[in-house]
Write a protein that binds this ligand. Structure first.
Ligand code: IFM
Length: 441
């Protein structure tokens, strides 16, 4: 079994969460977000569940931070909610800011490094009303929010990520319609794919000007495998690889978007998008890699671009139905270092699995999660040995929480949450991780 001593000195182990998934959006003067209304619309979210209460982390955060500390973790990746900080998208809510102020102080008191994410999907409704990420103005308002919250927390956070998983914000939410705002529209998709990176670039510029250091972005990656060796299936995998794994990182590091994706999105892109690429391509201090699974792609001739379909793979699957494929994490860590960021620090900012965990006699045994976690830690270690400058690993997630369109059914936590009583029970994976991370000082 791996331990912290199998990783380079100073390597950070952490756990991750996101505001809307744990805090409770009905508390503390938080404004409405597009997730509240998406969830309230029949058919979007299982049982129409929302983040109104979630894990009630808004009130229970001291005990949750104690859990992180007791697991021997070094860092905590959390997000600040734009809708909590600015309920109407533009006006600061002192109560919301004070919450994050206390939370960050609470981390420091427990020796946890705060890794902040500025946008983990809770777009204020006032911004959604104006077209959300299809509207360029949202990018400028996002930069204003980034600057306002950084003015308060910036002296104490260890790092700031602009956006979590732009692919989900743009593709999953505007092309597939699975997440808020639930659109299925190629023009909206093209705009969101570009604007989310423009928002990132504008925020980086603003924060750098304000003297903030350690700025990054968190991208998610999905290993794309062709269903067969046929030219059609190889094209299908390549186009998904370009949409998922190349668009965002190439926009940032190469100042261009992949031709395979512009073939579909090109006619729908915002006017003069090329003029934004310098803003988008500003220097990063680190890159966040989120990785969970692989997908198998096949050609679907006669259907509209991208003319592909997914095929169910043969590997063991998580509660989400996602194949368990740790080699994919090694692939992306080494690929990012080799093709994009060189020696720049890389963090595994999310990795984890959902499992149908059950509480029995006051305990949860989730051996399958232990295996998943340690297999991915081993893949990370191999990537380091192969030259990737990986500086930390954050498990997703600390707590069972609101899994977006899946509601509360899918459990990703190291800690079990009873969504009636909100009681927390650390699972066996939590205890295994705590043992592996014990320090000898
Ligand atoms: O719960 C999500 C998180 O919000 C973003 N990354 C993937 C996780 C699991 O689906």
């Amino acid at each position: 079994m791996l331990s912290r001593f199998d990783f380079p000195k100073g390597f950070l182990f952490g756990a991750a969460t996101a505001a809307y998934q744990i805090e409770g959006s009905s508390f503390g003067g938080c404004g409405p977000s597009h997730w509240d209304t998406f969830a309230a619309t029949p058919g979007n979210v299982k049982r129409a569940e929302s983040g109104a209460v979630a894990c009630d982390h808004y009130h229970r955060w001291p005990a949750d931070l104690d859990l992180l500390r007791a697991a021997n973790l070094d860092a905590y990746r959390f997000s600040t909610s734009w809708a909590r900080v600015m309920p109407d998208g533009v006006t600061v809510n002192p109560e919301g800011v004070a919450f994050y102020d206390r939370l960050v102080d609470g981390m420091l008191e427990r020796g946890l490094k705060p890794f902040q994410t500025l946008y983990h999907w809770d777009l204020p409704s006032a911004m959604a009303d104006k077209g959300g990420w299809t509207n360029r103005e949202t990018c400028h308002r996002f930069a204003d929010y980034a600057e306002a919250i950084t003015r308060v927390l910036g002296d104490r956070v260890a790092s700031v990520a602009t956006i979590n998983e732009p692919w989900c914000v743009a593709w999953l939410s505007h092309f597939w319609g699975v997440h808020a705002p639930g659109l299925r529209d190629i023009r909206a998709t093209a705009r969101a794919m570009h604007h989310i990176l423009l928002a990132h670039g504008l925020a980086v510029g603003r924060l750098r000007e304000a003297g903030q250091g350690n700025l990054g972005i968190v991208l998610n990656f999905d290993y794309c495998q062709p269903a067969s060796d046929s030219a059609g299936d190889r094209r299908a995998a390549a186009v998904h690889d370009a949409i998922f794994n190349r668009w965002f990182i190439e926009g940032i590091t190469k100042g261009t978007y992949p031709a395979e994706v512009l073939e579909g999105l090109g006619p729908h892109m915002p006017e003069a998008w090329q003029d934004d690429m310098a803003v988008i391509g500003q220097k990063l201090d680190w890159l966040g890699v989120n990785y969970y699974t692989r997908h198998i792609h096949a050609d679907a001739p006669g259907t509209p671009w991208p003319a592909t379909r997914d095929v169910v793979g043969p590997l063991d699957k998580t509660q989400m139905g996602w194949e368990i494929y740790p080699d994919g994490l090694h692939h992306f860590l080494t690929r990012m270092a080799r093709d994009h960021v060189g020696d720049l620090p890389i963090y595994v900012t999310e990795n984890g699995m959902a499992n149908a965990d059950e509480l029995a006699d006051g305990a949860v045994t989730d051996k399958v999660r232990e295996d998943y976690l340690f297999a991915h830690l081993a893949a990370t270690r191999r990537a380091i040995a192969d030259g990737a400058n990986v500086k930390g690993f954050f498990y997703w997630s600390l707590l069972d929480n609101y899994e977006w369109a899946e509601g509360y059914e899918k459990r990703f936590g190291l800690v079990h949450v009873d969504f009636d009583s909100l009681a927390r029970v650390p699972k066996s994976s939590y205890h295994a991780l705590a043992r592996a991370l014990a320090r000898n000082d």
